[in-house]
Design a protein around this ligand. Structure first.
Ligand code: ZN
Length: 239
């Protein structure tokens, strides 16, 4: 095996390591269980926000009812004042005013019942919200732990990646540009492996067996000649 091909295999091995590290980094959230915890939290958060919206609507209803009740109370007070002051009014007017006071009293009682119902509903939603918070708290704590762990693992992988990328650049610098270009093209086309080892009579790129004639031919090639796997087309390096 010529030096050039040794360096090419080193580039290939480093590229494989870099790809594996990148995959491992991307899968950390899933692998650590963080993704599952975050998924569960997202479900609870959706429930929480739906309950919070219901509570806000009930509070708005209560506010609205309170305003209506306030308006009715004012109208009733002024009607009662007119009624008490109305010494000279006719019996019909007095009757109409007293009917109005009764009507306003009834209406206020109705609205107060609705207000009470809205308040009781809010209490129920508050209990729901408290239960949801209780379920979410330990999950949030767990998610924080896992995020910290994932961040640590990312740092570790990033350091490994930086080292691998630097070594790769150094190794690639020792491979002639034309061969490196050919390798890159093959690698892009053949699922990340552009250069394979010939181990006994197997190509470790496609794992197929080569004919003994072909193997003989490759092993007899003069140094500097680059062989190609006739099955997969990868650069084949006898080892
Ligand atoms: Zn092959």
């Amino acid at each position: 095996m010529t030096d050039t091909l040794t360096h090419l295999l080193a580039v290939q091995d480093l590229d494989t390591s870099i790809t594996q590290l990148q995959h491992r980094r991307a899968a950390l959230a899933e692998a650590s269980g963080l993704a599952a915890v975050e998924g569960e939290l997202a479900g609870l958060e959706a429930e929480r926000s739906e309950a919070a919206a219901r509570r806000a609507a009930l509070a708005a209803t209560q506010n609205d009812l309170e305003e209506q009740i306030g308006g009715i109370s004012e109208r009733r007070t002024s009607m009662e004042q007119r009624l008490y002051a109305a010494t000279s009014s006719s019996g019909r007017d007095l009757q109409a005013m007293s009917d109005e006071v009764r009507h306003l009293t009834d209406r206020r009682a109705e609205l107060e019942e609705l207000e009470l119902a809205a308040m009781l509903d809010q209490d129920r939603v508050d209990a729901e919200l408290a239960a949801l918070r209780e379920r979410m708290a330990p999950l949030e704590a767990r998610a924080d732990e896992l995020r910290a762990q994932v961040a640590d693992d990312e740092l570790e992988i990033d350091a490994e990646l930086a080292a691998a990328v630097a070594s790769r650049a150094a190794e690639a610098g020792r491979v002639p540009a034309a061969l490196l270009d050919r390798y890159e093209l093959l690698r892009a086309r053949l699922r990340g492996t552009g250069a394979a080892r010939l181990i006994k009579n197997h190509c470790d790129g496609c794992h197929l067996e080569l004919s003994s004639v072909e193997v003989e031919k490759i092993r007899a090639l003069p140094p500097g000649e680059v062989a190609t796997c006739e099955q997969c087309g990868r650069i084949l390096v006898p080892v």
